[in-house]
Write a protein that binds this ligand. Structure first.
Ligand SMILES: [Mg+2]
Length: 304
């Protein structure tokens, strides 16, 4: 399957598209960070500057990098500040923030919820808990879904779960609840926690207001920045990341994405012309993207 998706390095069509790209939306887990969550490491977690150097080169060259992740607001704010970026998208697309300090501005996306869905002072996260979304899934799939501790706490828009279940079957359970909700597959996890489905790789799942997604958040963010789809690229490793392709001109999958059944199903279901892959996994693939963007923009400057 990876071979039906072209490599980004050396692809002329990708280079032309990249020369117009001014902002990169990047997933973190499974994409930017190494196994174990480190940044100063190669894909396997051994000490390495490959990712750090790529981040610095992109900053010097003026590419805006926006982390877009299932992680919560505090985690994203810290990563963004630490790396010298100036905005982020948290909770799988539910929270869009420009700036990191006291001057920062936040927009919360309620997706397709009609006005009046939320009672005064209730967050989407609280509303999703009030209808018992996690309990309904756990009852339908005993041992196959659980809270993804400790990251399920202090959330504002989305419920974070860990599980091994069919996305469509999980969605059918949510469709029976009195609130419009989506189940989102945000990629493979290494640890089963207390799940009993040891035959399958667990995934991170989010329960979000219907329509909330990374793809939709990118479209909202580009509008906010006064940029267009042509100015944007995205990189990721999960099924929900692949859908970012519809909001950007260049979508890149790091090599390890092809180990995800959700990604393979997405590629099969919707053939897209603007998806490329890297040869490297995780951060090494990320650095490969960075080098390819730098080369494409330099070339475009030399031969306008
Ligand atoms: Mg990921």
């Amino acid at each position: 399957m990876p071979h039906t998706v072209p490599l980004i390095a050396g692809d002329g069509r990708a280079a032309e598209a990249l020369s117009h790209v001014r902002v990169l939306y990047t997933d973190l887990d499974g994409t930017l960070v190494a196994r174990g969550g480190g940044l100063l490491a190669d894909a396997e977690g051994a000490p390495s500057l490959v990712v750090a150097e790529a981040i610095i080169e992109l900053r010097k060259a003026g590419l805006a990098v926006v982390p877009i992740s299932g992680r919560g607001r505090q985690q994203l704010r810290e990563v963004t500040e630490l790396l010298g970026w100036d905005g982020y998208i948290a909770e799988a697309g539910g929270i869009i923030v420009h700036g990191t300090g006291a001057e920062s501005e936040t927009r919360i996306d309620h997706g397709e919820w009609p006005p009046g869905t939320l009672s005064e002072g209730v967050s989407p996260f609280e509303a999703i808990n009030e209808v018992g979304a996690a309990e309904a899934l756990m009852e339908a799939f005993p041992g196959r879904i659980e809270q993804y501790a400790p990251w399920q706490l202090e959330r504002e828009v989305s419920l974070l779960l860990r599980g091994c279940l069919d996305l469509a079957e999980g969605q059918a359970v949510l469709d029976g609840l009195p609130l419009l909700l989506d189940l989102v597959d945000n990629g493979m996890l290494r640890s089963h926690g207390t799940l009993t489905c040891r035959d399958e790789q667990p995934h991170a799942f989010h329960v979000v207001p219907k329509g909330v997604s990374k793809k939709r958040a990118i479209a909202l963010d580009l509008k906010w920045r006064g940029l267009t789809r042509e100015n944007a690229a995205a990189i990721g490793d999960s099924a929900t990341d692949l859908e970012m392709a519809d909001a950007v001109s260049v979508m890149v999958l790091v090599h390890n994405a092809f180990g995800s059944t959700g990604v393979l199903a997405g590629l099969e279901r919707t053939p897209r012309e603007n998806v490329w892959r890297t040869a490297g996994e995780r951060g090494e693939g990320w650095a490969e993207f960075a080098r390819t963007w730098l080369r494409a923009t330099r070339e475009a400057r030399r031969h306008p």
